[in-house]
Design a protein around this ligand. Structure first.
Ligand code: F6R
Length: 365
């Protein structure tokens, strides 16, 4: 049931404050500010120094963001692969302490095959899964839940932000277990993370502006998405969302890679979505933004008030989000990217919930 919403995708975008809140509740004791592992799950992160993480599609982009969290909060080195490569790459797993998988459906064939590969190699396994009765949830030694509820729209939205939430909380838990975070740091990070539902709801206020912008977006044939640091996986996710439902060709790049090739594409027919919260890499990202502006590229800037004030060049459109701690930017900035893809697709008249050639769960390799 879509309720008042025109599409499941829109309904699921709007469910995010609630389901991210549920997911937070499974991993954080709100009265003490301490992290915990959900009932029935167990991983001794104290002994984990290196993890291999794999997933497909949007789950892979959540995993890429998870690497920033685990490396920053827990000093756990993370090897990342799309599941279809992990399975066949035959990487030596000798010094991998835990293989982690991320899947909404829990049925994705390549992710399941990778899980079985890791188990056969004798590595401890864990999965972040949304469907608790799924094959991956059953076969992984531990299944960490995301509490997104059923996701119907083919383009993943709420499952993604719940995956980010679970990975962020797990990284804090692992940081404490490994002695990389003090109890005070844990409390500060969980306090910050607990603000996610409120800030996602604030991001909804951009919807009217995004809907107007989407009219323009719908006139382009291509788009680039740029981000640096933990905004880089979001650039990949923003591009994936746009291409899968609007069929506009979109690519995500690490902002620093722009000058190594994609800059050749920039002219006035190329919109460039720059994801740049005012964080430690902001200055570097905006210097890439200047390179785009100098070549006539149309910039759509996602930032906060400080970022908007400090941006050196005028953007075609600036979407201003509240100021927030670093741990929250991937979760909250995902929302305007979802809305941009959604409204662009609606303007173009595509089948938003059932895009051509796509299935909700890919059970063939
Ligand atoms: C994108 C999308 C797909 C899935 C991918 C993995 O919006 O939905 O890219 O993320 O097929 O699916 P799960 O997470 O079910 O393993």
């Amino acid at each position: 049931d879509k309720g008042n919403h025109r599409h499941f995708m829109q309904k699921e975008i709007y469910e995010q404050p609630e389901v991210v809140g549920h997911t937070l509740g499974a991993y954080i004791d709100m009265t003490t500010g301490r992290t915990r592992l959900p009932a029935g799950t167990a991983v001794d992160f104290a002994g984990v120094r290196r993890m291999a993480i794999s997933a497909c599609g949007t789950g892979f982009y959540a995993a890429l963001t998870g690497r920033y969290y685990f490396e920053r909060h827990a000093r756990i080195a993370c090897d990342l692969d799309v599941a279809s490569e992990f399975r066949y790459r035959e990487s030596p797993l000798d010094d991998v302490d835990l293989a982690l998988f991320v899947s909404q459906s829990g049925e994705t064939a390549d992710t399941l095959a990778s899980l079985r590969y890791a188990k056969a190699a004798g590595i401890g396994t864990a999965a972040v899964v949304n469907v608790q009765e799924s094959t991956i949830a059953r076969e992984a030694a531990t299944a960490f839940p995301t509490l997104a509820g059923p996701e119907i729209g083919v383009a993943s939205t709420k499952a993604f932000t719940c995956q980010l939430t679970a990975l962020a909380a797990l990284s804090i838990h692992a940081g404490v277990a490994r002695g990389a975070l003090s109890g005070e740091q844990e409390a500060e990070l969980t306090r910050a993370l607990s603000e996610a539902p409120r800030l996602i709801a604030e991001a909804f206020r951009l919807e009217a502006q995004i809907e107007t912008l989407a009219h323009q977006m719908a006139t382009y044939r291509h788009a680039l998405f740029l981000g640096r640091g933990s905004s880089y996986p979001l650039a990949l996710e923003g591009a994936l969302k746009l291409k899968e439902i609007s069929y506009i060709h979109a690519e995500g790049y690490a902002a620093g890679e722009l000058k190594h090739g994609p800059i050749a594409l920039i002219d006035e027919t190329m919109p460039v979505v720059v994801i740049a919260p005012y964080d430690g890499v902001f200055e570097k990202t905006v210097s890439n933004m200047q390179e785009v502006a100098a070549r006539g590229g149309r910039i759509i800037l996602l930032t906060d008030e400080k970022g908007a004030a400090a941006a050196p060049v005028a953007a075609m459109e600036t979407l201003v989000l509240p100021t927030m701690p670093d741990i929250l930017t991937p979760i909250v900035y995902a929302v305007p990217l979802q809305m941009l893809a959604y409204h662009t697709a609606v303007h173009m008249g595509t089948d938003v919930d059932q895009p051509r050639n796509l299935a909700k769960s890919v059970t063939v390799e």
